[in-house]
Design a protein around this ligand. Structure first.
Ligand code: DGL
Length: 356
């Protein structure tokens, strides 16, 4: 088909204008990096009705991004596959590797926000570790899903869209590591998985920080505990994590676990006690001996909500024990590992448990 020189010049000019408008539009969008680690959000089931029976950690980050073209309208997104594992199988070394990558990216001028896709089983532990150790004000958002993308009413796509939207939001800066699940924006410190099969699995006893709806953030409170830029810890100065184990309290509890932990030379034992961190009288001597032999003893509670009162159920001053405040055993373990990279002084440790 003949095109006049004048039309060809017009078409070329229009194409140039369109290209520059697109480039300008993309420049206006935030740059968000998605670090993928596995989990259900990367899971796949045999059929659409398999909302609970499926294989986690199957779908790669590029496929996750390609499967959500709406992301390109809210951010310039690129992905990195850090791991491809179910989160219950993550290790301390995985945690260090991930946090160091987040820290390095947060220092790049061409990165405005970071999303970590993660299995929901230990998402709360990773989110807390990152908020304690990554020194940045940029938004870091950890996200997962309770159903694989292959299932009816899968929740991963909207959770991921919300995570990228929040990670690219200027008003999400300086709030510590965040978790976007089921329309909520939760604090990485406060949130836990409280239901093991519902899309509304995640919540905090202190409530969400806000909500994200159709790409807009609605904030209702801000964290008061120290985090990120206000933390005294820095992942760039942490190369290994001390061994901290958890011993649960329950009717009929024996000292087998505590004695084994103490004998193995753990740095600290978190006791997930009943009620307000109660300890069965028959195992108090075992914890006292573990303390005498050098292990730090941290009294937490198996009860989901509330917080352990120092010197209430046990004479913590007399025994030289630390209380975990409102932190559940799994979160208390994260803080204990980080704190013990800096100090073993129990008064300093207790301050850290009050402040973080
Ligand atoms: N295996 C669990 C995990 O990777 C699946 C649960 C999920 O990711 O929602 O945490």
């Amino acid at each position: 088909m003949y095109l006049s020189p004048r039309f060809r010049a017009f078409a070329a000019g229009a194409a140039l204008l369109a290209a520059s408008a697109l480039a300008q539009a993309q420049q206006a969008l935030p740059n968000v990096v998605i670090l993928a680690t596995g989990g259900t959000i990367a899971g796949a089931g045999a059929s659409a009705v398999n909302s609970a029976t499926y294989a986690a950690a199957k779908v790669g980050v590029d496929k996750l991004i390609a499967g959500l073209p709406e992301l390109s309208k809210i951010a310039n997104v690129r992905g990195e596959q850090v791991f491809q594992v179910a989160s219950e199988s993550l290790t301390n070394d995985n945690l260090l590797t991930l946090a160091k990558r987040v820290s390095a990216l947060s220092k790049q001028a061409d990165v405005d926000g970071i999303v970590i896709t993660h299995g929901t089983d230990t998402l709360e532990e990773t989110a807390y570790f990152l908020t304690l150790t990554v020194r940045t004000n940029k938004p870091i958002v950890v996200v997962g899903s309770m159903r694989p993308g292959t299932a009816l009413s899968a929740d991963g796509a909207l959770n991921l869209y919300d995570a990228v939207s929040v990670a690219g939001s200027k008003d999400a800066a300086g709030k510590g590591v965040l978790v976007t699940m089921n329309d909520n924006i939760d604090s990485g410190r406060d949130v836990s998985k409280n239901v093991n099969i519902k899309t509304s699995a995640f919540s905090s006893q202190w409530g969400p920080l806000g909500m994200v709806v159709e790409g807009k953030n609605y904030w209702f409170r801000a964290p008061v505990k120290r985090h990120t830029m206000n933390s005294e810890f820095d992942i760039d100065n942490i190369s290994t994590l001390p061994v901290v184990e958890i011993a649960m309290g329950y009717e009929g509890v024996s000292s087998i676990a505590i004695d084994a932990f103490a004998k193995s030379g753990v740095k600290a034992i978190v006791h997930g006690g009943t009620g307000n961190g109660s300890v069965a009288n028959r195992i108090v001597p075992n914890l006292q001996k573990a303390r005498t032999d050098g292990a730090i003893i941290i009294r937490s509670s198996r009860v989901a909500d509330g917080f352990v009162i120092r010197n209430a159920e046990q004479p913590d001053d007399k025994y030289d024990w630390v209380v975990a405040h409102d932190l559940r055993p799994q979160k208390a373990r994260i803080l204990a590992m980080v704190a013990l990279t800096k100090t073993s002084d129990t008064k300093e440790l207790q301050r850290i448990f009050w402040e973080y």
